[in-house]
Ligand binder design. Structure first.
Ligand code: PLP
Length: 450
């Protein structure tokens, strides 16, 4: 406790005296959240020494603050903050989260499914056996051993044509897109409509003009590309509609990229989860020189890990490396080490296989409770289904009915910028195993009532 730093700029010039100055400063720091509940304060002796005041003065200030309920003191344990700051002016969404009992939002794997024990084992083994200099590694493209394992995995499990030299490890797709937005120099970029609104914002904030590609039953409509330098697409599982880009459209897209010297960004964020059919050849494997392939662990493991990768055409590797260096230098070494081991030992494959079986059962369970006549997306891949509704009013009613049952689902229309289709996006990754049945019941009840 004697060594605790307290840099509070205590106001000792208060006209009301030094003791009151200490009290006021600490009270204000707790109110403002600088000192949060549970923070240990320096011992009275240490603080008195630091401030050049008598110990008795600090004891008196602590005693007063304890009497007012700001701090707690116990002999031998020092003082600790026990009050919360005044409520922030901007409320977070915690209030709505509190009333959510069932979580069927799109795109979240169940936190309880994260293989904690295995991950820790991988981290422990990798960290204990890594040469000391690895801990200083800040290669912007990622650890060499991780790029080696990723290239092997992507070739074996996803059918890519890639070498470790073409891989850049990132903090997930969001980060990958941010890097690409700075590297792609053509002012116009195509992206699907509907799509993740954050991705559109990232591209626009980097100065690009967007061309929105409609999506039909064959995926993105490729004959509306126009004069763009790149197209960002989700061919394996369109987000949020779940459609797979047809073989015909794939080859058209590749031809377009070859003829116009354009880049295709293949966002394969949840391509591991395919249920009833074999995956089509990735665009990257059809034409590695024109395609940037982007992957992430956000759906396969957990979004909190913040770990993804890019497989880049040769001519983009150095450009992405440079932008990455000037953004955040590199990924942390510890997660990279753990993930390398997780891949090397086949744990990643096993985890995905387990999750795929679980998700397929969940998807089937949802399909089995849908009312007759409801139009539903293909559901062949990914972590969500779309239940189409006739219009926005129907969507609003369904969302209200869901909220009344404590069921969190998303409306489809918010993913469009132009004319929107209406519906519910029902994710089935998020619930823990023991809560899925009740979430399903809440969904069935919601659909019955709308
Ligand atoms: C279409 C799409 N791609 C990728 C991601 C994953 O992004 P990240 O890897 O940054 O977590 C998401 C997240 O929800 C998404 O909606």
């Amino acid at each position: 406790v004697d060594q605790l730093a307290l840099d509070l700029h205590l106001d000792l010039t208060s006209a009301r005296g030094v003791r009151t100055g200490i009290e006021d400063s600490l009270r204000e720091a707790i109110r403002a959240g600088q000192l949060s509940r549970g923070t240990l304060l320096p011992s009275t002796r240490a603080l008195a020494q630091d401030l050049g005041v008598s110990r008795g003065t600090v004891v008196a200030a602590y005693t007063q603050l304890a009497a007012e309920g700001w701090i707690g003191t116990r002999a031998g344990f020092g003082a600790v903050v026990v009050a919360d700051p005044s409520p922030p002016r901007h409320k977070t969404s915690s209030a709505s989260a509190a009333s959510t009992r069932h979580d069927l939002r799109a795109g979240f794997p169940a936190p309880s499914s994260f293989p904690r024990v295995e991950w820790l084992g991988c981290l422990r083994r990798a960290l204990l056996s890594a040469p000391a200099q690895v801990l200083n590694n800040m290669d912007p493209e990622g650890l060499p051993q991780l790029r080696f394992e990723l290239a092997r995995y992507l070739g074996r499990a996803r059918g890519l044509r890639v070498t470790p030299d073409n891989i850049v490890v990132t903090n997930g797709f969001t980060h990958s897109l941010h890097l690409l937005a700075r590297v792609l120099d053509h002012p116009r970029i195509a992206i699907e409509e509907p799509s993740n609104f954050m991705h559109r914002a990232i591209l626009r904030e980097a100065g690009h003009e967007l061309v929105l590609l409609p999506v039909d039953t064959e995926g993105a409509v490729t004959d509306q590309l126009g004069d763009v330098g790149a197209a960002v697409v989700t061919p394996n599982c369109q987000f949020p509609l779940g459609v797979t880009l047809s073989a015909r459209r794939r080859s058209r897209l590749i031809d377009w990229a070859r003829e116009t010297d354009a880049i295709i960004v293949e966002n394969d964020f949840d391509g591991e989860f395919r249920y009833d059919s074999h995956p089509l050849t990735p665009l990257q494997a059809l034409q590695p020189e024109s395609v940037v392939y982007a992957g992430t662990t956000s759906k396969s493991l957990t979004p909190g890990l913040r770990l993804g990768w890019l497989a880049l055409p040769d001519h983009l590797v150095e450009l992405v490396r440079r932008v990455r260096t000037h953004t955040d230098l590199s990924n942390g070494v510890f997660d990279q080490l753990a993930f390398t081991e997780f891949l090397r030992t086949g744990s990643y494959d096993r985890h995905i296989r387990k999750q795929r079986l679980r998700y397929r059962q969940r998807r089937d369970a949802i399909l089995s409770i849908l009312p007759e006549g409801l139009e539903v997306s293909s559901g062949n891949a990914g972590l969500n289904l779309v239940l189409y509704l006739p219009d926005r009013e129907a969507e609003g009613r369904a969302l209200a009915a869901a909220a009344a049952r404590g069921l969190a689902v998303e409306g489809l229309s918010r993913y469009y910028e132009g004319e929107a289709r209406a519906g519910l996006i029902v994710g089935y990754g998020a619930p823990a195993e023991h809560t899925f049945a009740s979430a399903l019941e809440a969904l069935a009840d919601t659909l019955r009532s709308t």
